[in-house]
Design a protein around this ligand. Structure first.
Ligand SMILES: *[C@@H]1O[C@H](CO)[C@@H](O)[C@H](O)[C@H]1NC(C)=O
Ligand SMILES: *[C@@H]1O[C@H](CO)[C@@H](O)[C@H](O)[C@H]1NC(C)=O
Ligand SMILES: *[C@@H]1O[C@H](CO)[C@@H](O)[C@H](O)[C@H]1NC(C)=O
Ligand SMILES: *[C@@H]1O[C@H](CO)[C@@H](O)[C@H](O)[C@H]1NC(C)=O
Ligand SMILES: *[C@@H]1O[C@H](CO)[C@@H](O)[C@H](O)[C@H]1NC(C)=O
Ligand SMILES: *[C@@H]1O[C@H](CO)[C@@H](O)[C@H](O)[C@H]1NC(C)=O
Ligand SMILES: *[C@@H]1O[C@H](CO)[C@@H](O)[C@H](O)[C@H]1NC(C)=O
Ligand SMILES: *[C@@H]1O[C@H](CO)[C@@H](O)[C@H](O)[C@H]1NC(C)=O
Ligand SMILES: *[C@H]1O[C@H](CO)[C@@H](O)[C@H](O)[C@H]1NC(C)=O
Length: 496
């Protein structure tokens, strides 16, 4: 292992075209070509335009049934909804934490509650569907939660609720039988040919229910995402302002699901948003003031005003003063799927810069399993090599390994930590993308960024505080291994 040499090499590999990213100063205008970024100069015009649009255009489909068609949830450009955020997670069976560790409600319960409460619409953006044992050719009792969700979903249309599903095209491995069933039951399904449109996939996973509740997180529509894979998501209840904004992203997927759809440039004004990195939506989350926005990837799917996911992520790293804790399934400073190979150090550079220039404490907790890319480990060791007692640079990397007994080890593509989030001393970032170039450049993903003022004594913890507690729980759990542990990664990461 020669981490120092590896780092030298990384520096040499920087190509000039990446320079604008690397040197992007905080607070200044973004480099050209980052379409999602809002240019400050047009902000006032856009605010006016958006206000007019909001008043003139009918809101996102059927919203009148929700807020009576008249009452607007905004007062003085603030959202007056009583929004409540709940972090939700799937903890694989057999993964046991200490008694008093933080535990969140399950994603399964959250989905059940959302479907149970739905009275007018359920919109779901999804990657693939595989909610039953039949789909995976397994006979695992732990598929029952997924099967329950599918059963509940198939009853939704008969309650008079409009069920719309946007999905990536099916493949041989993921044939989406579930969706045929749901279509028969009255769901509207559109296949978004992102492979053709952006050379990526529709990887986003979010729900919008009754235009007022939203769910966003790492879980796929897969039974394993409820009982066999570690996932993290967030549900925001009673928040029509955020739901309307996420609805614009759904609208984009929905449009692209029409036959022979192409990507318009620019996107129609109805998808323009004013809520972004520069001007987050101001609202009350669990009684505490918060600034919140959704980011989106890839750039081609960002309407005017939408912050590009990569810019959101980099902004969060740049804004950190004390720490950046990251939990992702895979981390690669490359374009993971490109041929010929391409180095893509944008995120890596920002982390090193934060550690080097501002002494921000960086921690990465990386999901590791037998399908991990071998390339990932030398890059991680290179990052961890910045750790040094005398220079105060603090970069630590650990691997999170979900244990599996014999039965569980046979479940294909399970037993891994699939969560994707980042928490800093300032904000919480909950996303749907792996951290490698493709996910930000080609693949459709989205993230929620929450900046909430500190909760006072006796108040409910903020989303940031809760997410930090979850991270620390996992970081110090028995399932987290030091990257420098002796042994090959294959041995470390293979589920026990
Ligand atoms: C967890 O609970 C044990 C006893 O059940 C206690 O000794 C320990 O201090 C607690 N840890 C935390 C972090 O509260
Ligand atoms: C959402 O609002 C409804 C009606 O005001 C209330 O009954 C419900 O408890 C709220 N949900 C949450 C999670 O706060
Ligand atoms: C889509 O394109 C195909 C061939 O390119 C054509 O046959 C078909 O009619 C088109 N469909 C629509 C709805 O435009
Ligand atoms: C850095 O300091 C820690 C604790 O003070 C110590 O355990 C560790 O061995 C030191 N590492 C190096 C490389 O000196
Ligand atoms: C593995 O764990 C699951 C769930 O905890 C259990 O149902 C199963 O019997 C276990 N299998 C073996 C071989 O221990
Ligand atoms: C993320 O990365 C892992 C490992 O490379 C890969 O198996 C997975 O399909 C990717 N996408 C998702 C859904 O996280
Ligand atoms: C968070 O919100 C506060 C108060 O609204 C603001 O001063 C601060 O700049 C925001 N921080 C980030 C990282 O967005
Ligand atoms: C917000 O409120 C809900 C409902 O009361 C609660 O379940 C949740 O844990 C709270 N969220 C945070 C971040 O404290
Ligand atoms: C796994 O998920 C938990 C939250 O559910 C998170 O704290 C942890 O850091 C994640 N680890 C990885 C490697 O994604």
């Amino acid at each position: 292992m020669k981490p120092h040499g590896a780092y030298q090499q990384l520096k040499l590999l920087h190509s000039p075209e990446q320079a604008p990213f690397v040197e992007q100063p905080t607070g200044l205008l973004p480099p050209k070509g980052l379409r999602c970024i809002l240019v400050t100069a047009i902000l006032p015009t856009m605010l006016v335009a958006a206000l007019l649009l909001y008043l003139l255009l009918p809101p996102f489909h059927g919203a009148s049934s929700v807020h009576g068609g008249v009452a607007t949830p905004f007062q003085d450009s603030r959202c007056s909804d009583p929004c409540r955020a709940v972090l939700v997670e799937s903890v694989p069976e057999g993964l046991i934490y200490d008694d008093n560790s933080t535990l969140c409600p399950s994603i399964f319960e959250a989905w059940q509650k959302l479907l149970g409460d739905a009275s007018s619409t359920v919109d779901i953006a999804s990657f693939y569907w595989s909610l039953t044992n039949e789909d995976t050719h397994t006979h695992d009792p732990s598929a029952s939660q997924g099967e329950d969700v599918l059963a509940q979903l198939s009853d939704v249309p008969s309650k008079g609720v409009t069920l719309r599903i946007a999905v990536n095209p099916p493949s041989h491995r993921m044939p989406n039988f579930n969706l045929r069933l749901l279509e028969e039951r009255g769901a509207q399904v559109r296949t978004v040919n992102l492979p053709q449109l952006t050379s990526g996939v529709l990887h986003t996973k979010f729900w919008i229910v009754d235009q007022k509740h939203v769910y966003l997180g790492s879980a796929n529509m897969d039974w394993r995402a409820l009982t066999q894979v570690k996932e993290l998501g967030v549900v925001i209840y009673n928040c029509s302002c955020l739901a309307a904004d996420l609805g614009k992203m759904f609208g984009i997927y929905w449009d692209l699901g029409l036959p022979n759809a192409t990507i318009p440039a620019p996107w129609p004004a109805k998808y323009t948003t004013t809520f972004n990195k520069e001007t987050p939506l101001q609202l009350t989350l669990n009684g505490t003031d918060a600034g919140v926005y959704f980011s989106s990837a890839p750039p081609a799917l960002c309407a005017t005003g939408r912050t590009e996911d990569l810019q959101a992520l980099l902004g969060v790293i740049e804004g950190a003063e004390e720490f950046v804790y990251i939990a992702v399934m895979s981390y690669l400073p490359t374009m993971e799927f490109s041929h010929p190979k391409r180095f893509w150090p944008v995120i890596d550079d920002h982390l090193r810069k934060a550690a080097y220039e501002r002494n921000v404490r960086i921690r990465l907790l990386i999901g590791c399993w037998k399908h991990s890319k071998p390339d990932m480990f030398p890059f991680l060791r290179s990052l961890a090599a910045m750790q040094d007692n005398r220079t105060q640079n603090s970069v630590e990397v650990r691997l999170f390994v979900v244990p599996a007994n014999e039965t569980q080890a046979r479940i294909p593509y399970a037993r891994v930590n699939h969560s994707k989030f980042m928490v800093t001393d300032k904000v919480a970032y909950i996303g749907t993308s792996n951290w490698s170039g493709d996910y930000f450049v080609h693949t459709a993903g989205s993230a929620l960024v929450v900046n909430q003022s500190q909760a006072g004594p006796g108040e409910q913890p903020t989303v940031q505080e809760q997410l930090r507690a979850l991270f620390e729980r996992d970081w110090s759990s028995r399932y987290s291994l030091d990257l420098r542990s002796p042994g090959q990664w294959e041995d470390l990461c293979r589920a026990y």
